[in-house]
Design a protein around this ligand. Sequence first.
Ligand SMILES: [Zn+2]
Length: 268
Amino acid sequence: MYQDFATFHNRLTLRATLTLKTGLRIGSGAGDSVVGAEIPIVRDALGRPFIPGSSFKGALRAAVERIARTINRRPDLWACANPLDHEAGACVTRRRKEELLREATTNGRIDEQEFARTVAKETCTVCRLFGSPWLAAKLRVKDLSLIEESWAGRVEVRTGVGIDRDTCTAAGQVLYSFEVVPAGTRFRCELVVENADDVELGLLFLGLREMQRGRIPLGGARSRGLGWAELSGWETFERIDREHLLDYLIEGKIEGKIGMVHFSREIG
Ligand SMILES: [Zn+2]
């Protein structure tokens, strides 16, 4: 993973509220089909439910991939066939990465900036935003923390029927139960995008609009109708450009550069 602080150009921080329209199941540890188990949701140190940023990011990435494949204007905006297949489906395969690494190496010394630049050039728009094994993500999603007043302090427990692994049939006796965060619960959402160009930002905003419309499911047990949520209430829109970076590092924030912007106005 390479991060080049010298080329820092801009940072955008977006904050919104995620409201559950149905129950949400994001389990900790064991999978959904473990027979006889009682599967808890993920909780923070104080026992409150939260949504791992990685879960949110994964769901958003899947949606953004679909959009990018539909638009498919290579090399400006595209998505590779399978970012997880580093042998064939990914935009920059393991073999290609090795080639680029050799090309960026002189007398046994790797020019990391050159390597990062050539990898980025061949990386699809989605992997540039969400990251790949060879390139740091431009988008970071913080863990979504609970908005206390939206939660009554209780989770729901649902019951499922386990699948017998030997016969592959639903075995009547083997029930399992899992916790679900109730509908109506709200979470704080914060995304940080660094050094994204207009195309990358535009693609991200198309994905966020799908989330705003409640079309992207989160978590597990989706076949049971769980995981539907809506993003709303975009509060702040913070953009830090290169010339203000020093101020930002010294002051922590930049007066006049942080404004209230309605998200709908930004993406139409
Ligand atoms: Zn890719």
